[in-house]
Design a protein around this ligand. Structure first.
Ligand SMILES: Cc1cc2nc3c(=O)[nH]c(=O)nc-3n(C[C@H](O)[C@H](O)[C@H](O)COP(=O)(O)O)c2cc1C
Length: 279
C-alpha cells in the first residue's frame, strides 16, 4: 500500500469514468476492505456495500441519479448508518477511508452527497427503516481526457482551491492564526486536513490548537446549506473526513493520540465544536 499522505495528496474528484472495467482482484480487495470498515471513531456502526452496475442498461443506470454530472461509472460504494448524534462524522470518517483505499489502487472516486438518487441506493443496499444513506461514490478508472463539463464543474466549485492555513488553523482562540513552523510534524497533519474534500469545497473545518499537542476541531457551519438534506448533515460529513485525514496522517508520522469530546474553554466565536485530538 502506498504511503497514506501521498494517497491523500493524489486524490481528487473524478467525474468522468472510462469504460475500462476494474480488475476482479481489485474488486475483491475493495469488498474485503468494506467488510472490515464498520466502526466510526465516535461510536456509530456503518455498513458499506459495493454496487456493481456493470451489466445495467442505460435506463437502470440513470436511476442512480448521477446522470449528467458524473459520466460513465459502473461501480459504486454506498453506505448506511443509523441516525445518531455523531452518525454523520462517523460515516464521513469511514467513507473517506474507502475513498483513500480505492485511490491507493489507482481508482478514481467522487463523494456524492447531493447529486445522487438516495432511494435507489437505499433499495440496492436493502436498508432498514432507521438507516440513513448520507453519500455514495462511484469507483473506476478516470477517463484521461477530462470532459468540458468535468472541467467546468471543477472550476465552478473551485476544486483546486483551498483556503490558506491562516484561515483554518488557530492558536488558543479563533483570533490568532497558528504559526505552522512551531508545530513540527503536526504541520503535515494539518495540511492533510487542508487538502481534504468537502461538500461544494466549502472547507468548514477549523482547528484551534490548545496547550501541548491538543487540537480542537470545530465546524464553521453554513447553516442553510447544512440543512439542505434535512437529517443528512452534509457539512458534518466533511468533519468526519477531516478527522480521517488528521488521524491517518498522524499515525503515519508516528504521532500518537486519541479523539475525545471535551468542553474547551477557548474563545471560538460562532464555530461549532466537534471533537478534540489529544496527542
Ligand atoms: C460530503 C461531500 C459531498 C459531495 N457531494 C458532491 C456531489 O453531490 N456531486 C459532486 O459532483 N461532487 C460532490 N462532492 C465533491 C466536492 O465538490 C469536492 O470534493 C470538492 O470540490 C473538492 O474537490 P476535489 O475533491 O477534487 O479535491 C462532495 C464532497 C463531499 C465531501
Amino acid at each position: 500500500m502506498k504511503a497514506i499522505i501521498d494517497v491523500i495528496q493524489m486524490r481528487y474528484s473524478v467525474r468522468n469514468y472510462s469504460s475500462r472495467p476494474i480488475e476482479k482482484d481489485k474488486i475483491q480487495q475493495i469488498e474485503a476492505y468494506l467488510k472490515n470498515n464498520t466502526q466510526g471513531p465516535l461510536g456509530c456502526k456503518v455498513r458499506f456495500e459495493l454496487i456493481d452496475a456493470m451489466d445495467y442498461e442505460p435506463a437502470e443506470l440513470k436511476e442512480f441519479g448521477t446522470y449528467g454530472f458524473i459520466k460513465g461509472p459502473r461501480v459504486y460504494i454506498a453506505g448506511v448508518v443509523k441516525s445518531n448524534a455523531t452518525s454523520m462524522e462517523d460515516f464521513g470518517y469511514c467513507m473517506e477511508k474507502n475513498i483513500l483505499f480505492a485511490t491507493s489502487l489507482g481508482l478514481g472516486t467522487c463523494w456524492l452527497g447531493g447529486t445522487l438518487n438516495r432511494s435507489t441506493f437505499l433499495e440496492k443496499m436493502n436498508a432498514v427503516e432507521d438507516e440513513l444513506l448520507p453519500a455514495a461514490t462511484p469507483v473506476g478508472y478516470a477517463e484521461d481526457n477530462k470532459t468540458l463539463k468535468d472541467r467546468f464543474i471543477r472550476l465552478a466549485v473551485g476544486a483546486k482551491n483551498r483556503k490558506p492555513p491562516e484561515e483554518l488553523f488557530f492558536d488558543h482562540s479563533n483570533k490568532t492564526p497558528l504559526d505552522l513552523n512551531s508545530l513540527g510534524l503536526y504541520s503535515i497533519v494539518l495540511d492533510a486536513v487542508r487538502i481534504a474534500p468537502s461538500a461544494s469545497n466549502k472547507q468548514p473545518w477549523r482547528i484551534i490548537k490548545d496547550a501541548g499537542n491538543k487540537y480542537h476541531i470545530y465546524m464553521k457551519e453554513d447553516a442553510a446549506y447544512n440543512a439542505t438534506f434535512k437529517n443528512i448533515k452534509i457539512q458534518n460529513l466533511d468533519m468526519g473526513i477531516a478527522m480521517c485525514h488528521f488521524e491517518l496522517a498522524a499515525i503515519e508520522l508516528g504521532l500518537k493520540g486519541e479523539w475525545t469530546i471535551e468542553k474547551p474553554a477557548l474563545e471560538s466565536g460562532d464555530l461549532k465544536y466537534i471533537v478534540s485530538w489529544v496527542g
